[in-house]
Write a protein that binds this ligand. Structure first.
Ligand code: AN7
Length: 355
């Protein structure tokens, strides 16, 4: 049985005897070796860390379990977050499990439908902000300052970062050492911060002999760190990372520079290409933001960077069903309708071979 991220890595998390052992089964996600893209792009070894296998379908659960357990310990009665969707789904789920009221602020009209369904199903109070994510986060931070007993569970909450470190621990535990490179999508930049902290902690304690290059990837229309300036109206098909002024900006830059890594931008076309390649070539269906990490790797490989001697991990941050309508953008065969007759079906599939 999966004990959950909080119990498995208890000695590396900021928990005490008074912290409730909260879990809904987060962590312990698969690290899967590539079957086709590894060879196709000349990579020594390529792995995908499938964070969509967490209970609410994204990596957010690792940090949320710690943040919500600490909120319970501190006697908070309400959770609050701003979100492009996944944080709100996760906060709503852990809030329900913990018996806390959850209020989520989301940018109106731009969160993926699966994420909205989750927040509603878990019983959160969903407030749609007539603005973008950056507006919602600004309001959440101000609200948390003056409203009583609201625990802010965005990645400005250090317990979120602490919990998300566990993904780096798992990768090292599975591979026996750190990889050479970690490709990861960057939005509010909490996750790249957390992975870097986790890899450093493991190396300091002798659990790993090396540190990976941290390779962050932003969408070109929402690439403040790459551009070196906030983006007032971020736009990208990858709605999860449609963020113009990341809260953890400085820490992402530190992770990049300390690790000898990079933060790159990829276009929506490059994101959509990777978003289609992953299910077709690997059997992995993720949401567009997650595909950005793989798009970043492909872009570098095509530009001639030599990964033939490298062990590379791409973090697949969220599940494909989160944003099912995005799949309509893929150039794949649409469903074909036939009468309920075996010959009609047989004729159709024979005729359609390779078409
Ligand atoms: C699938 O849910 O910011 O750089 O409010 O959902 O740590 O922000 C989501 C971010 C990557 C970027 N992949 O992570 C939110 C939110 C997926 C995501 C990111 C997000 P950060």
């Amino acid at each position: 049985m999966n004990p959950g991220a909080l119990v498995r890595y208890a000695d590396r998390l900021p928990i005490t005897e008074a912290t409730p052992a909260l879990t809904i089964g987060e962590g312990g996600t698969p690290l899967v070796r590539s079957r086709n893209l590894e060879g196709g792009f000349g990579i020594g070894a390529l792995y995908f860390k499938l964070e969509g296998c967490n209970p609410t379908g994204s990596f957010k659960d690792r940090g949320m379990v710690v943040a919500v357990a600490k909120a319970m310990e501190d006697g908070m009665s309400r959770l609050l977050c701003a979100s492009t969707g996944n944080t709100s789904a996760s906060a709503a789920a852990y809030g329900a499990a913990a018996g806390l009221e959850t209020v989520v602020l989301v940018p109106e009209g731009s969160i993926a439908p699966g994420k909205m369904s989750q927040a509603v199903a878990y019983g959160a109070r969903v407030v749609t902000i007539q603005g973008n994510f950056d507006d919602a986060l600004r309001i959440a931070r101000e609200l948390a300052d003056y409203a009583e007993r609201f625990a802010l569970v965005n990645s400005v909450n250090p317990h979120r970062i602490a919990g998300q470190k566990t993904a780096a621990f798992e990768i090292v535990d599975d591979l026996g050492d750190a990889p050479d490179c970690l490709f990861i999508p960057v939005g509010n930049a909490g996750n790249i911060t957390a992975y870097w902290a986790g890899f450093r902690e493991y190396a300091q304690d002798g659990e790993a002999t090396r540190l990976p290059r941290m390779m962050g990837v932003q969408a070109a229309g929402a690439a403040p760190i790459v551009n070196g300036a906030p983006v007032p109206n971020p736009e990208t098909v990858a709605s999860a990372i449609r963020i113009g002024n990341p809260a953890n900006w400085a820490r992402a830059v530190a992770a990049r520079d300390e690790s000898g890594g990079a933060i790159d931008a990829v276009s929506d076309d490059e994101i959509l290409e990777a978003y289609g390649l992953l299910p077709a070539a690997e059997g992995i269906f993720c949401e567009p933001a997650s595909a950005a990490a793989v798009a970043g790797l492909i872009k570098r490989a095509r530009a001639g960077e030599d990964f033939s001697g490298s062990c590379v991990v791409c973090v697949i941050t969220g599940a494909g069903l989160k944003d099912a309508p995005a799949a309509e953008r893929l150039a794949v065969r649409p469903p074909e309708s036939v009468p309920p007759d075996v010959e009609a079906v047989a004729r159709l599939i024979e005729r359609g071979q390779g078409a």
